[in-house]
Design a protein around this ligand. Structure first.
Ligand code: AQP
Length: 335
C-alpha cells in the first residue's frame, strides 16, 4: 500500500465465503469499498472461520475462499491499495475472540437477529455455538485492526453496535485499550430486498435454495433478464407513487446502478409498465456485471497469483493484529 495510506482513516470489512455473491453484497458492500478506496486505509478480509458455521465441504470452502478473493479484485479492489486477506491465516482473530467472549453477557448475543433467525430455522438445541458467538468473532475481526469505520450493509448494524459495546466495556474496565469503530452504511443499496420476496433482504443462503430470489454476480445476461422479469411487483397496471415494496426495490436497484436518486428513478418510470421498468433494470444490472465477470474470469485462471496475493497480505496484517492482541492480553493479564 502507498506510504500515505497510513494517515487516512482505516476501514475494515469482510464477506463470508459461504455461497456465491449477489447484487445486495455488491451494492451494500463491495461497490462502496472499491469506490472509496482512495479515502481510506483499506483492510478487506475473507472471513472463512465464519463460514464454518454452515459446515461446508472442506474442498468447497477452499475454492470459495479463492473465488471470493478473485471477486474482491474483480469488483475493483486494488491489491496495491487494499489489504485482501483470509481470516484463518491470522490466528489473532480466534485468540481475541475468546477474550471478547469472556466479556460478553449471553443476553447480548441472544438478542442478535441473525442468531434468532438461524436458531428458529434449525431449532435452538441444534444450531451450533459458532452461530451464537459469531458476533464476538466479528468484533475481533474489526477491533484487531483499530478500524475507524466498518463499511457494511444495513443488516450488519446490530453486529457493529455489539462490537462497539465490547470495545467500550473493555476500555471502561482496563483503560483505553481498543479503538471504538463506527458503522459506515451507504444511503443507497444498503438493503437490497429479495426479487421474489421484497419483504425480506436479498440473502445468499436463500438464493442457494431459491435461485429466483437474487441476481448473482456471475449470472449470465439471459439469467439476469429472466430473474428480473419474474421479480414480484403488484397488481397495479403501471409504476406509480408511492410504489409497492417490489417496485420500490427495482427502482432502488436501478437508481443505485445508474447513480441517480430514487426520486429521479421514480419520475423516469412513472406511468410506465412494469415490463419497461424491468427491462431497464436488467440492462443496468447487465452493464454493471459485464466488466466484473470478464475480470473475474481472468483472475480465476491464475490461482497461484491469487494465493501469493493472499499470503503476502496476511504477512503484513499479522503484524498489526498481533500488536493489538498483545495490548489486550496485557490489559486483561494473560501476558
Ligand atoms: N441484501 C443486502 N443488501 C445490502 N447489503 C447486503 N449485504 C448482505 N446482504 C445485503 C452486505 O454484504 C456484506 C457481506 O455479507 P456477509 O458475507 O456477512 O453475508 P450476509 O450478510 O450473511 O449475506 P447474506 O447474503 O445475507 O447471506 P446469509 O444468507 O448467510 O445471511 C455485508 O456487508 C452485508 O451487510
Amino acid at each position: 500500500m502507498s506510504p500515505t495510506a497510513a494517515s487516512r482513516p482505516r476501514v475494515l470489512s469482510g464477506i463470508q465465503p459461504d455461497f456465491g455473491l449477489h447484487l445486495g453484497n455488491y451494492l451494500g458492500a463491495l461497490r462502496n469499498w472499491a469506490r472509496d478506496q482512495d479515502r481510506y486505509e483499506n483492510y478487506f478480509c475473507i472471513v472463512d472461520l465464519h463460514a464454518l458455521t454452515r459446515a461446508p465441504d472442506p474442498q468447497r470452502l477452499r475454492e470459495l475462499t479463492l473465488e471470493l478473493a478473485a471477486m474482491y479484485v474483480a469488483c475493483g479492489l486494488d491489491p496495491a491499495r487494499c489489504e485482501i486477506f483470509v481470516q484463518s491465516h491470522v490466528p489473532a482473530h480466534s485468540e481475541l475472540c475468546w477474550i471478547l467472549e469472556t466479556l460478553t453477557p449471553m443476553g447480548w448475543l441472544e438478542r442478535m437477529t441473525q442468531f434468532k433467525a438461524r436458531s428458529e430455522a434449525q431449532g435452538r438445541e441444534r444450531v451450533n455455538t459458532g452461530v451464537f458467538t459469531y458476533p464476538d468473532l466479528m468484533a475481533a475481526d474489526i477491533l484487531l485492526y483499530d478500524a475507524d469505520f466498518v463499511p457494511v450493509g444495513e443488516d450488519q448494524r446490530q453486529h457493529i453496535e455489539l462490537c462497539r459495546d465490547l470495545a467500550n466495556r473493555l476500555n471502561s474496565q482496563r483503560g483505553d485499550v481498543l479503538k471504538v469503530p463506527a458503522a459506515l452504511i451507504s444511503t443507497v443499496g444498503a438493503r437490497v430486498m429479495g426479487l421474489d420476496t421484497p419483504d425480506e433482504k436479498m440473502s445468499k443462503s436463500i438464493a442457494a435454495d431459491r435461485p429466483g430470489h437474487a441476481v448473482m454476480l456471475l449470472d449470465p445476461p439471459d439469467v439476469v433478464r429472466r430473474k428480473i422479469a419474474r421479480a414480484t411487483t403488484d397488481t397495479e397496471p403501471a409504476v406509480h407513487a408511492p410504489p409497492g415494496p417490489g417496485v420500490a426495490n427495482l427502482l432502488e436497484i436501478y437508481a443505485a446502478l445508474r447513480e441517480v436518486s430514487t426520486d429521479a428513478a421514480l419520475a423516469e418510470f412513472d406511468g410506465k409498465s412494469y415490463s419497461v421498468l424491468k427491462g431497464a433494470v436488467a440492462d443496468a444490472v447487465i452493464d454493471a456485471l459485464a466488466p466484473i465477470q470478464a475480470r473475474y474470469a481472468e483472475l480465476r485462471s491464475d490461482e497461484d497469483g491469487l494465493r501469493r496475493l493472499l499470503a503476502a497480505s496476511a504477512q503484513r496484517v499479522h503484524v498489526v493484529a498481533d500488536a493489538t492482541l498483545r495490548r489486550v492480553q496485557e490489559a486483561v493479564g494473560v501476558r
